[in-house]
Write a protein of this length. Structure first.
Ligand SMILES: [Zn+2]
Length: 101
């Protein structure tokens, strides 16, 4: 038996938190919901070919690697916020500055 965490790198725990947030906010349904639950519980390696395709679509919809305005690499902890607002922390700082002037 493989010990849990063998090939878990630093970002994956945070990614699971993000995926859990999508579930908690009822963003996902049907196959996307089922597949995401499997990824959280068992990791992506547990997915079949078809399930991997579904999970890839989930990532395509909800994950943005870099802020297009700042080239800022968005951490998992800020990913849902970016998805819902379209703003990274630098975008918000810029906008706050504009509103102040
Ligand atoms: Zn930004």
């Amino acid at each position: 038996m493989m010990s849990f965490g063998d090939d878990v790198d630093d970002g994956l725990g945070d990614r699971n938190d993000f995926l859990q947030e999508l579930i908690d906010r009822e963003e996902l349904s049907g196959a996307a919901l089922g597949v995401t639950k499997v990824v959280i519980a068992k990791g992506e390696k547990a997915l079949s070919g078809g399930q991997k395709d579904v999970f890839k679509l989930v990532l395509d919809v909800y994950v943005t690697e870099l802020c297009p305005r700042h080239g800022y690499r968005i951490p998992w902890g800020e990913m849902y916020h970016f998805h819902s607002s379209g703003q990274c922390c630098y975008c918000e700082r810029d906008d706050a500055r504009i509103h102040k002037e």
